[in-house]
Every structure is written in structure tokens, then in C-alpha cells.
Ligand binder design. Sequence first.
Ligand code: HEM
Length: 421
Amino acid sequence: MADLDQTLSVALKGYAWLPDLRRRAGGGPVRTRVMGRPAVGICGPAAARFFYGAGNLERHGALPELVVQTLFGRGAVHTLDGAAHRHRKALFTSLLLDGDGVDRLAELAGQEFDLAARRWRGGPPVRLFDESARIIAAAVARWVGVPPEDLAVDALARDCVAMVDGFATVGPRSARALAARRLQERKLTKIIARVRAEAPTRSPLSVVAHHRDENGLLDPRTAAVELLNIIRPTIAVAWFVAFAAHAMDMWPRHQARLRADDDAFALAFTHEVRRFYPFAPFLGGRAVRDSFFEGEPIKAGTLVLLDVYGQNHDPRLWTDPYRFDPERFLDREIGEFDLIPQGGGDPRTGHRCPGEQITVAVLGTLVRRLAGLDHYLPPQRTRIDLSRIPARPRDRIVLVVPEQEPSAPVRASRSLATGGS
Ligand code: HEM
């Protein structure tokens, strides 16, 4: 099995591919081949520590071309190493980890949800996944500072969803992703060029437009790529909103607790949604030098795959991992390398997602709003197919909000305190 190229298996088995391969090999590092290259799959906090360890791996040349062309964009921060990565990453950490940006964005998302919920009341069924993408698109575009005359929220939401939905497959979904990226990059490149001619402000749009790497200003298209690397993944939080609605439907007792004034539980719920439900299947880096991990020799050039989905369901880390149980996070200190739906390690120095706090804050805000909204899910297909990457509930969560307002006002207008893992 180890001799066969596993690219097709990834496409067929989706999230189960690497966990299955590791299980069959006894649980430790497993050798395989992906895209014609030797690869080794690893999992667990020690594996994450190795994956993010300084000087062990590089991203350059490790990411499949299709993923770069659909999801991240050419020249994106995800693909950089060393000093180039450090300079570019500083742009993201200044915007996403410092200051009050996170709370402001969560507040805007809450406002947009309230506007949408008013529209939904007494109307036909809506698809929560699509609606959430539009709600978040409107919020993040306002937050970034996209000029109102350039704002086309529906197209932005649709294109960003397409880029995420099409990153792991060839065929119509990836064709849509490529077209969506071309369109949005072209549009944002023009906006960047225009903003550059104006005096700098503190808006994220202006900060990206005027950002300087080690070689000076970014070319306008690369700046547009990085602006999209803020807008697109924020809109992708819609995946987690749909999963959260799925969880509330499956285990309704959580909804009552989310309605209550219980910040700790709401935060625990968002962590459990990010742990339990599938999103990023695994991460890849290329070994820079010959080394060992858990006794396994890893030669320079080997593709190292960190099993994200496997680690988030590893019984050595999580008791009863296939049980959806937000309470597991109530009394748990989250280590840098254990909960890794958005990568591990230090987001300021390594490749860990700098948008984790935004994800937690926006998701928490929308989840509380949703829990406070009197709605029901009519009969529909809620099954989540784990062979599809990225997975999502089959009918994208259809919901109905009846005409009648609830008798007691719903208190769900707060943004969740920040504090990502
Ligand atoms: C939908 C929720 C999200 C998920 C599941 C997610 C997941 C991830 C993952 C798995 C990585 C790769 C880590 C690595 O390569 O080691 C990553 C990187 C990144 N994410 Fe997120 N992310 C999300 C939301 C966000 C948000 C809201 C933003 C920005 C506002 C963002 C911006 C980025 C950037 C810029 C990187 C590249 C970091 C680097 O290479 O240094 N993400 N994300």
C-alpha cells in the first residue's frame, strides 16, 4: 500500500484517508506517496511541535498548485518561508491580533445578522450557510473598509465560498473557484491601486495597500491576494455556523445554555464546533533537512503531512472524541499544539492561522444570535459526507423563522469575548 500513490485515495476517502492509513500502520508515523512524492503522515501534539519546529519544514513547493491557485492565491503568506514570511506575517498579526479589530468585526457581524433575521421572519425557508456567508461578507467588507461604491456583497460571498469549496477537487468546483479568484483579484487589485494614491489611514484596506515587505511595497496583485486572505477565510466561518446549527439541532440542550448569559459555555461551544466538525483535513510542509520523528527517518524533501482531523479526534487527547461535548473545554487549558483546526504553535512567528481569534469571536457572536432566534429546521438532509472536502451539511441547513416574535426579548446581542486558543 505504501508504494502506491495515494492521491486518488485522498480524493475518494476525504477526511478519513490519513487517519485510516495511520491506524492500519499501528498509529505512528506512516509512509506514503502523494502527488508522486514520498510523504510521511504524523499526528499528535509532539507531531505538531515537530511540524512547526524552527528549521524543520518549509512551505515553499509543499503546497499543491491547485490549492495555491484556488484557496490562497499566488505569492500568498501561506507559501512563504523565513524572512519573507516574517515580514508578510507582521501585516496579518498587526491587523488581526493587535488592537480592537476582533471585537469590532464581531460586532459588525452581529449587526448584519440582526438585519438578516428581520428579513427572514415570516418569510420562506432560508439556507443558513448561504445567508451566513452573506452576513459575514457584509461585515468583513465594512470592517476592511471596502468603499461602498465597490461593494457587491452577494458576489463577494458567492466567490469566496467558491474559492474554499473548490480547493480540494478537480472538476466543476475547482473551475468555479479559479474563476471566482480571477474575478475578485482583478477587482481588489484596482481598489488597492486607487487606495495607494490616497493618504494612508488605519483601515485594513489601507494598511494592506501600503504594507512594505523587505523589498518595498507589494505589487498591487499580491496586495489584493493578501486582502482576500483576510476576507475569504472570514467568510468561511459560515462553514462553522452551519456546523453549529447542526450541533444545536442534534443536541438541543446546548441551545438553552447558549441563550443564557454564560460566556464560558459559549466559548467552549465554539471550540468544540471547531474540534468536532471537519474543515482542514491535514497540513503539508517539506522537510528541509534529514531528521527523525519518533524514530522514523525523514529525508530532506519528504512531504510531511500533519493529520489535523485525526488529531482533533485522537482519543489520546480527547476523551470520547466522537462525542460532541462543549463541556470538555470548560476546565481545560488549551495547549499550543493540541487543538489544531487552524494550525498549531505561535501565530506570530509560525504559520498558525492569525484569524483564530476572529473565527472564535464571529462564530461565537453568530451562534448566540442563532440560539436566541426562535427558528426551526424543516425536514431536510443534514448528513455531513466526510468524503467531501470541505464537508458541509447536505442541504446547507435550511431554517424557518416564524412570523411570531418570541414573547420575551432575546438577549443575544453581545459579541463573544475574544480569546482564541
Ligand atoms: C473558517 C475558519 C478558519 C479556518 C478553519 C482556518 C484554518 C487555517 C489553517 C489550517 C491555516 C494553516 C496553518 C498552517 O499552514 O500551519 C490557516 C492559515 C491562515 N489563515 Fe486561517 N482559518 C480560518 C479563519 C481565518 C480568518 C478569519 C483569517 C483572517 C481574518 C485567516 C487568515 C489566515 C492566514 C493569513 C493564514 C496564513 C498564515 C501563515 O501562513 O502564516 N484564517 N488558517
